[in-house]
Design a protein around this ligand. Structure first.
Ligand code: FAD
Length: 822
């Protein structure tokens, strides 16, 4: 017994030091003292001596830096140098671009919640609010999405003029160049509001404000280029597009076959150094109407006109539309969301070196420029458009499910529909918090490479899930296209959001964890960087520091993961109020589990992990859900911990934790080295999988929130265009919603009387008259029911068309020709 007690005491001391991440020195002192004290108290001298020997054998060499570096780190450095895969330039660039924000804490296994909560609350300025309430509101009132998507396949001229005049294309351009100079949050809010009315308009506005000529010029342009282009781009005098993708290079954009060769040509009688360009690009948004084309190509200098290098690498230029040989104009047709999109081609197009963004010295820096700028645009455009879309799904589906009656009840009352409504409400809460978090990161000056990938992937995937649920709840109403259908086009366009700015399968399986693991890990990047230090002794020192930091980190995460698993995350640091304290502890638990699994996977599989995309994707999911849950907790704090929002927060949080558990479980279960998998299972899930999805009761509360006006619903609908203008069916439905709800008890009285056979009339109005006469309802109630019946009829109606209206314009022309000939 005394032997057991002594061993146990030494183990607990070691575990406690590892849990709290004590230094090696502290661990040595604590365990040696504990062993001595407990050994003496329990009279176990032999066990005590054996344990002390073991502890000293570990501590002495590790604490003797000179010995440790020479005997342990130096041989390991040799092995490490051999096995570490050499990073390609592309990978190196991707890793170096961007910054690490709170996601780094989540990867640490011991997040510092005060770091999260002390971040300033993101808010719009007075000017930005005025823009949302002014021009954006006005633009929304002008949009007829059916006209845009079906009749014109374009924005009407007055919308183009309005957008240009009010500088919607210049949100990211600073005021000194005539732009709006908006914060990322305002930029996001504008896109969200536009997306609630038209995906086509939101995409059209998003592109010039995302990765493209303006953004690239702002960061790398010469003064001359900035002064010329930026004021013109701000007011839409120039319409930009950016052409990277081609038939042979989609996701793997670095493999573009488009090229330029440095050459000389006489221009206006002067011999000029320039490039002869050959390119074939497709899918380029705004290309058909662009006046300036940003072009990515690989530049070669075989005659060494620029310097020694022959293959200069990916390079970016801005070509005016008038450039001879530049061929643009035709259109693609992306899934009935007809924003301008088309191919761009050129054969032997001559462009002077002055067209290079930033000038000739930026030749070959194109990939770095793109990757550095990508995270900012990606953190805003797609997440914001998706968030606008899901907010509108809440407004439309929540109201419709309350208005649409079947079996004598609002369909929202059926449990099956309630389940879909709960998903819509809960995932919208999560999506909105996520897109706000990434916009706020940009406003804090971060370049959120990993969070932007998380936001792009999850906002669009949840957008897809919500669009599907919204369609299902609407039934035939959303299937029949026409001006009255406010859901069908959004659902049709979902795959566009899934594909652009990093197709989702690749984003999930390659980018989120792939970048996150190395960028956010506190030691891996340091170990890799240590390898490239020229001076051997400095290299060894840096490697030794990173390696032993890493080992301590690994042990700590194993202990933390196990301890937090054993206690069901009931111990440890926390923050927030009593309602969410447990949530923070759960995040601590899974943060430690993620760090442990990530380290183990990387350590055991090394470079092969890159190709184990299914494992990498699952660990990326874990990082994502932890990030999203943190964003929701921050939002809860920033909004003053509103009690009304708790069902939404709870639903979304439990969903994230359940998904986190399933992703971790999947990753561990499928890990190819079985003993490692078994060990991880014990450390991560000592009592098995205990997380459960949100309960049905919680789902009912969420469904109730989104189907009735209220404080929490209003927050969920922030920045949705709900003004009940004639073009806004959802706005008008929400205007009628209080009446619909007020009418429900009256309808119940009517139904009861009907079932009791009190009416002789077969039509609704006749029954109302009879009900008033019989005193079942009063006259005011009858008026309310009539108003609601009329209002609701408009919203459950669908369109029908003359067959000729549905024929394509071409067929109509042919039919007219035939008719004329006859
Ligand atoms: C409407 C629209 C607008 C666009 N606008 C522009 C624009 O303005 N400018 C521009 O340059 N480009 C634009 N694009 C191009 C867009 O960025 C690409 O479509 C995207 O990068 C994917 O390329 P791809 O379509 O050729 O798919 P592919 O690269 O052929 O991919 C096919 C599938 O394979 C998956 N995949 C590929 N590699 C991997 C991997 N390593 N691991 C896992 N999965 C992988 C992808 O996720 C995808 O699911 C646009 C595209 C569309 C559809």
């Amino acid at each position: 017994m005394s032997v057991l007690l002594t061993v146990l005491a030494a183990l607990i001391a070691t575990g406690a030091c590892a849990y709290h991440r004590s230094s090696l020195r502290t661990w040595a002192i604590v365990t040696i003292v504990t062993t001595l004290v407990v050994g003496l108290l329990t009279h176990a001298p032999i066990t005590m001596i054996v344990l002390l020997i073991v502890e000293l054998v570990i501590a002495v060499p590790l604490l003797n830096l000179g010995f440790r570096r020479k005997q342990i780190s130096a041989p390991l450095l040799k092995v490490f140098s051999k096995v570490t895969p050499k990073l390609s330039d592309t990978e190196q660039t991707a890793l170096e671009a961007g910054t690490v924000g709170f996601e780094g804490e989540l990867f640490s296994g011991k997040p510092d919640w005060h770091e999260l909560l002390k971040q300033p609350k993101p808010e719009l300025s007075v000017e930005e609010k005025a823009f949302l309430d002014g021009p954006v509101e006005q633009l929304c009132s002008m949009l007829d999405d059916w006209q845009i998507t079906h009749e014109l396949a374009d924005l009407p001229p007055e919308v183009w003029d309005f957008v240009k005049k009010h500088k919607f294309f210049g949100m990211i351009i600073p005021k000194q160049y005539g732009g709006l100079g908006f914060s990322a949050l305002a930029h996001s809010a504008v896109l969200q509001k536009l997306a609630t009315m038209s995906a086509t308009v939101a995409s059209t506005v998003a592109v010039p404000n995302s990765l493209g000529p303006a953004e690239l010029l702002l960061h790398y342009g010469s003064d001359e280029q900035k002064n010329y282009y930026l004021p013109r781009l701000a007011v839409g005098e120039e319409i930009p597009c950016f052409a990277l993708t081609g038939p042979y290079a989609g996701s793997d954009a670095t493999s573009i076959p488009d090229y330029g060769v440095v050459c000389k040509q006489v221009v206006d009688g002067v011999e000029t150094i320039g490039m002869r360009l050959n390119f074939d690009k497709r899918y380029i948004t705004l290309a058909p109407i662009a006046t300036v084309v940003g072009l990515a190509f690989r530049l070669y200098d075989p005659e060494h006109l620029l310097g020694d290098k022959e293959d200069l690498g990916i390079t970016l230029a801005l070509l005016p539309r008038s450039t001879p040989g530049l061929e643009i104009g035709r259109r693609h047709f992306p899934l009935n969301i007809p924003f301008q999109n088309g191919p761009v081609r050129g054969k032997d197009v001559f462009a002077p070196m002055s067209t290079l963004i930033g000038g000739p010295h930026m030749a070959g820096h194109g990939w770095r420029m793109l990757v550095e700028c990508l995270s900012v645009g990606r953190a805003i455009s797609l997440p914001s458009n998706a968030t606008g879309g899901v907010r509108m799904a809440v407004a439309g589906t929540g109201a419709y499910a309350r208005m649409r009656k079947q079996f004598g009840l609002a369909v929202a009352r059926f449990e099956g529909v309630e389940e879909a409504l709960a998903r819509i409400g809960g995932l919208t809460y999560a999506t909105a918090a996520l897109s706000r978090a990434t916009a706020a990161a940009v406003d804090r000056g971060e370049k959120p490479a990993v969070p932007s990938a998380i936001a792009k992937y999850h906002a669009t995937e949840w957008g897809r899930a919500i669009a599907g649920d919204a369609m299902d709840v609407h039934g035939g109403k959303a299937v029949q296209l026409g001006p009255k259908n406010y859901a069908g086009r959004a659902w049709q366009g979902v795959p566009i959001a899934i594909t652009v700015e990093g197709a989702n399968i690749m984003t999930r399986s390659l980018m989120i964890f792939g970048q996150g693991a190395i960028r956010c890990h506190p030691y891996v990047l340091k170990e890799m960087q240590a390898l490239s230090i020229e001076d051997y002794s400095e290299r060894l020192k840096a490697f030794d520091r990173a390696l032993f930091g890493h080992l301590g980190f690994g042990v700590s995460n194993a202990v933390r993961s196990f301890a937090l698993g054993l206690t069901g995350a009931r111990i440890g640091d926390s923050a927030g109020d009593a309602y969410v304290r447990r949530y923070y502890r759960k995040l601590n638990r899974y943060s430690a589990a993620l760090a442990l699994c990530a380290d183990t996977f990387m350590g055991v599989l090394g470079g092969k992990l890159k190709f184990k995309e299914k494992l990498s994707a699952r660990l990326g999911d874990v990082l994502s859900y932890l990030y999203i849950a943190s964003a929701m907790l921050k939002r809860y704090e920033d909004t003053g911990r509103p009690e009304a929002d708790r069902p939404l927060l709870a639903w979304a949080f439990h969903e994230c934790m359940w998904r986190t558990q399933m992703a971790l479980d999947g990753a561990i279960r499928n890990f190819p080295v079985r003993p490692v998998s078994w060990l991880l299972r014990v450390l991560v899930f000592p009592f098995g999988r205990r997380e459960v999805p949100p309960s049905d009761r919680l789902g009912r509360r969420v469904a109730a929130i989104i189907t009735a006006p209220g404080e929490a619903r209003d927050r969920l609908l922030e920045w949705a265009y709900l003004t009940p203008t004639p073009n806004n069916t959802v706005g008008r439905m929400n205007q009628l919603l209080p009446d619909v709800i007020a009418a429900e008890p009256v309808e119940r009285k009517l139904l009861k009387a009907q079932k009791a056979g009190q009416f002789t009339s077969h039509d609704y109005l006749g029954q109302l008259d009879e009900a008033v006469k019989a005193g079942v309802i009063d006259a005011a109630e009858a008026t309310l029911l009539k108003r609601v019946r009329e209002g609701v009829f408009e919203f459950i109606s669908v369109d029908d068309f003359d067959p000729a209206e549905l024929q394509s314009a071409m067929m109509r022309k042919d039919a007219k020709k035939l008719a004329d000939a006859a």
